[in-house]
Ligand binder design. Sequence first.
Ligand code: FE
Ligand code: FE
Ligand code: ZN
Length: 276
Amino acid sequence: MLKIGCHLSSSKGFLAMGKEAVKIGANTFQFFTRNPRGGAAKPIDEKDIDAYIEFAKENGIGKIVAHAPYTLNGCAADEKIRRFAIDTMADDLKRMEYIPGNYYNFHPGSHVKQGVDIGINYIVDMLNEVMTEEQTTTILLETMAGKGSEIGRTFQEIRAIIDKADLGYKLGVCLDTCHIFDGGYDIVNHLDDVVEEFDNVIGLERLKAIHLNDSMNVLGSHKDRHAKIGEGNIGLEAITEIINHKAFRELPFNLETPNDLEGYAGEIALLKSLYR
Ligand code: FE
Ligand code: FE
Ligand code: ZN
């Protein structure tokens, strides 16, 4: 069965997200741990979480993906911004242990003129400070489009972070189809080659989740603007191959397409119908 969901608003809590997911035909979902632009998270509501865990079990909702706020930049030049990123991630991870065994995805960060190597070292410092041997949450590094000075535009950059982090063996990767396409990986005409390159550089066993998005821009544009499924330059044919590819087909796919809930329900139904 296709594991498919989309990004949901976390403002009403976990049980509400679970119910919303089921309503739109999803069996996984993604949510922001707090306001995407940063700021304080809501207090933990253990009753809501317990009710969610029960609901998820009964309704076949599998592993879900928490997304760190966009403003989190663990490799900023400004020490205060790096400190904020570390504290936010540490707090998010503590909260994730209330729903054990799920995923926490983050954008590696933007090095802003410091260079990739310094940026990677700061990201590793952050991970070293927040990761523990005991944590049940798998942290995912998201592949990026390479907009501005984003780290994670190549598989090599992701690999370097995994190699350098003390507990790197616990890290996973979330592949965003819009991002890697904009980053220059031709998943439309050379999907098998891209998968092989991912396997050679990072290792497919690290790949834990997919962000399934079409792209408004062209291959290698380094832009990062998501399009609805089938309405961008990746297109429905390539997306069909992606959801059915043997390297991806068992993974959870989350849509981050510009849609309301009804739009998501439509895309989910469409993708289910294209799953072989
Ligand atoms: Fe993201
Ligand atoms: Fe994404
Ligand atoms: Zn994006």
